[in-house]
Design a protein around this ligand. Structure first.
Ligand code: ASP
Length: 348
């Protein structure tokens, strides 16, 4: 009896909050990031800024098109992230940062808030779209996480496109690696076989690792999901894996709380289980999404000495971002609302 009245209470509460939000809840919404870090106006030339804004605009358009047609939040994430993985501006897929031995080791994760299914891959070197591999792990295997060669072998059985490792090469990421290794006093490895430098007018190197990409989305059925894809951090060694493919750290989604994708120094995000922590504050403390995001990023992550940011969405249409760096490439869009695209801290 007690349990029944509890259930009735919960149902009534849901009905009330749905009614309260009915007026403002968008039919669909999405938030995208393209990495956080020391991104400052004084260091960015007009052409580079324009290139990033254009890329974020295109990312929003891809995701919005899927959601406006009634597509799922997972499909929107795929559409946005596959494009960003192919774009050398971002540290994901082509344009990923290099390990200390001159390789690209890619990590990705995706999570479905409607059923808590999740898929993640780490340390892949030949799969063109790690986010599709993460999705295949979720949809087509009994597992949540696969790494390295095994993950790639699984991807081949699923017909996912394989490319030579040099496909991911960009000169600007190589220049960043050389800078980082020189600073450390470590040797510079040989370039990957077949590496081709891009055109000389490509955007200049920026900080050593920006450009992890992530998407959180709400679809017309009311389901939320999160996806993240990255090359990790420049000069990483020993098969280091960051937070991006760790469910609950850099990526998380649950319809009863929120969906989060993070970017920043992964070690801190893992230790704080940043993504799940934000959702726990929403779920158990009833906090608003923005307040929960700020609590974890501005207070807890900062107190631990970590840097980075997150994007988040809730099933009732709340959208949030929070970062403690000077910038984060970011965008939000929703049904009937003009998209917002921002880079620097002093923007919205
Ligand atoms: N979080 C990523 C990692 O630590 C890197 C980033 O977001 O910049 O692997």
């Amino acid at each position: 009896m007690k349990r029944l009245s509890f259930l009735l209470g919960a149902a009534a509460a849901i009905a009330l909050s749905t009614a309260a939000n009915a007026a403002e809840k968008p039919r669909w919404a999405l938030v995208i990031h393209g990495g956080a870090g020391i991104i400052e106006r004084k260091d960015m030339d007009a052409a580079t800024e324009a290139a990033y804004r254009k890329a974020m605009d295109a990312a929003v358009a891809r995701g919005s098109a899927v959601l406006a047609k009634g597509g799922t939040s997972l499909d929107a994430i795929e559409a946005v992230i596959t494009g960003m993985e192919d774009d050398p501006l971002f540290n994901a897929g082509r344009g990923a940062v290099f390990t200390a031995d001159g390789r690209n080791e890619l990590d990705a994760a995706i999570m479905d808030g409607s059923n808590l299914k999740a898929g993640a891959v780490a340390g892949v070197t030949r799969t063109r779209h790690p986010i599709l591999l993460a999705r295949a792990v979720m949809d087509k295997s009994p597992h949540v996480m696969m790494i390295g060669q095994g993950a790639e072998t699984f991807g081949q059985t699923q017909g996912l496109e394989q490319v030579p490792p040099s496909f991911f090469f960009t000169q600007r990421r190589w220049d960043q690696l050389e800078k980082e290794l020189t600073k450390r006093g470590d040797p510079i490895p040989a370039k990957p076989a077949g590496a081709v430098a891009e055109a000389a007018d490509a955007p200049k190197p920026d900080d050593h690792r920006f450009g992890t990409v992530g998407v959180v989305a709400l679809d017309a059925k009311g389901n939320i999901a999160a996806g993240t894809s990255t090359g990790g951090t420049t000069g990483k060694r020993w098969n280091r894996v960051g937070d991006s493919p760790i469910i609950g750290a850099g990526n998380y989604a649950a319809n009863d709380s929120c969906a989060v994708s993070g970017t920043g120094t992964g070690e801190y995000f893992i230790r704080l289980t940043v993504a799940r922590e934000i959702c726990a504050l929403v779920q158990y403390k009833g906090m608003k999404l923005q307040a929960a995001a700020d609590e974890v990023i501005q207070k807890r992550l900062t107190a631990l000495g970590g840097d980075g940011g997150i994007i988040a969405i809730a099933p009732d249409g709340q959208m949030a971002w929070s970062f403690n760096t000077s910038g984060m490439y970011r965008a939000m869009a929703a049904d009937g609302v003009a998209p917002v695209i921002s880079i620097f801290k002093d923007e919205r």
